[in-house]
Design a protein around this ligand. Structure first.
Ligand code: ASP
Length: 324
């Protein structure tokens, strides 16, 4: 065999090995990391997605909760894990706000990850403890003006959706409240119901049932249009906060360097899951909007993430909120 034939043969063998790896993938359970506490909004979407992806993937998907630093702990763990497709992470809008919020980041969202695709957009709601005096949005604003020192606003850590929503809300109404961070809005919601904190901005994937069964008070939805799961709850925009419009986008990521055939299989499994009737119905009941097919792609996620980083960077820098 000549030298060039040997090089050609080695190339063919390498390509065959990569193909075989993708064909075989997965040969063991895929771990889907949720970078927030169990039982909360990210966990709810992830568990439904894990079920819906399992069949098209031809294997099992196991959810692991790795909360901390507004989602950064779980994402960093996946970014640094073996790039073989067995560790993937679901994260939301926080992926685009963290680079501006954190002085030290142990991963770079634009260089250390492979993009699988976007998943859902989820509206938020502003909710309060049932014994909290204000019953309506106008009453809430009057109460906050007179009693700002008595109100604690919970969130799921710097960079969490609840944190971002709280920041936007406080800057729009120009009232600063004491904020209390948790490892997810599941524990924050437990404390809200127990009366340790009074207010929380949280996604409809957690609040829909609690609002319907009157276990919390609801003051409004954060998107321009009402959430499909809560048609009777007015938006904050409708109630006077003109222009307030916050929906929480979600994406699925793998470590940088994951072989393309493996990423392709994860992408096609995600796309199949987003059409799975059980997943579609579960998301609809929770107010989550499944993204159009063009967004459930690596390029759909990568370009959205890059645009969101560019959008949030100046807003956050102006607000002057940082963590080390
Ligand atoms: N998504 C977070 C959670 O699941 C909450 C948040 O970002 O506010 O707890």
């Amino acid at each position: 065999m000549t030298k060039s034939m040997r090089i050609l043969a080695a190339g063919v063998l390498a390509a065959m090995a990569a193909g075989a790896q993708a064909q075989a993938f997965p040969t063991k359970p895929v771990t889907l990391v949720v970078p927030f506490a169990a039982g909360g909004p990210s966990d709810t979407v992830a568990r439904q997605l894990a079920q819906a992806m399992a069949k098209p993937l031809g294997g099992t998907v196991v959810v692991e909760n790795l909360p901390g630093a507004g989602g950064n702990v779980g994402v960093a763990k996946v970014a640094k894990s073996a790039p073989d497709g067995y560790n993937i992470v679901l994260h939301h809008i926080g992926m685009s706000t963290s680079p501006a919020l954190y002085r030290k980041m142990s991963y770079n969202p634009l260089t250390d990850l492979e993009y699988i695709g976007q998943i859902v957009d989820v509206p938020m709601t502003l909710v309060g403890n049932n014994n909290f005096p204000p019953n309506t949005y106008p009453e809430l604003i009057n109460y906050l003006r007179a009693n700002r020192d008595k109100v604690n606003l919970a969130n799921a850590g710097l960079g969490a959706a609840s944190h971002l929503c709280g920041l936007l809300f406080m800057s729009t109404i120009q009232i600063d409240l004491q904020t209390i961070p948790y490892k997810g809005t599941a524990p924050a919601m437990t404390d809200l119901q127990g009366g340790q904190v009074q207010l929380l901005c949280d996604q409809t994937t957690q609040t829909t049932q609690l609002i319907e069964t009157k276990r919390v008070k609801a003051y409004g939805t954060t998107t321009r249009v009402r959430a499909s799961s809560l048609p009777n709850l007015a938006t904050l925009d409708e109630q006077g906060l003109k222009g307030f419009d916050l929906a929480i986008w979600h994406g699925l990521y793998a470590p940088k360097g994951t072989p393309k055939p493996v990423v392709d299989k994860l992408v096609s499994s995600l796309q199949a899951a987003l059409k799975d009737p059980a997943f579609v119905s579960a998301m609809d009941k929770l107010g989550a909007i499944i993204v159009p097919p063009a967004k459930a792609t690596p390029e759909g996620l990568r370009s959205h993430l890059a645009a969101e980083i560019a959008k949030w960077d100046p807003i956050i820098k102006k607000a002057g909120q940082y963590a080390d």
